[in-house]
Write a protein of this length. Sequence first.
Length: 220
Amino acid sequence: MFTMNKFWERYFGFLTYVTQGASYLSPRAYAILHRMHHAYSDTEQDPHSPVHAKNIWHMMWKTKDIYVGVLKRRIPTPPRFDMHYPSWEMLEKLGESWVSRIAWGTFYTLLYIAAYVYMGMPWYLFALLPVHFFMGPIHGAIVNWSGHKYGYSNFDNNDNSKNSLIADVVMLGELFQNNHHKLPNRLNFAVKWYEFDPVYPIIRLFHFIGILRINEKSLH
């Protein structure tokens, strides 16, 4: 959809690590799973489909197993999936390490304790700590479960992909799954006049100020 120079690739790669923290995912491994999801949508080969899962936990456990297999290169991936992705091997190894995950989890916990002691944060907000620990899996569960179960379809994609309009605003465009499966290379995930992809204008802004360069084909 767009390209960046090496500086911005590294900048956003580091920002990905900082924002995902304890639930950091390798961009390469995740990109391969995403391509598999499109190629095998809602079949038994789909790494995260609710159609062939007993429940949301079963779906995410399967996703975890395939992700680890791809990450450790235990699962062979066809060349069409394993294309070149900007990689920062040192950062990916750090992000995937248990030392990093535990350190981030400790940081989150200390942050909550400080907010409770010094800012009067209500004690029941500590219940949100697990959400911080597992932000990545929770986001993936919402997008892949809801996006193939609840909502409406603009296109017949021969799968169960749906657009979950209300929840999509929270997921920043990711829940326009039906649109995205029909037009996977389209920059704007919204198609109808009443749909809105919150990230699309940000990408256009980044193009305007020179952070990235949009592929014109992705605008159609």
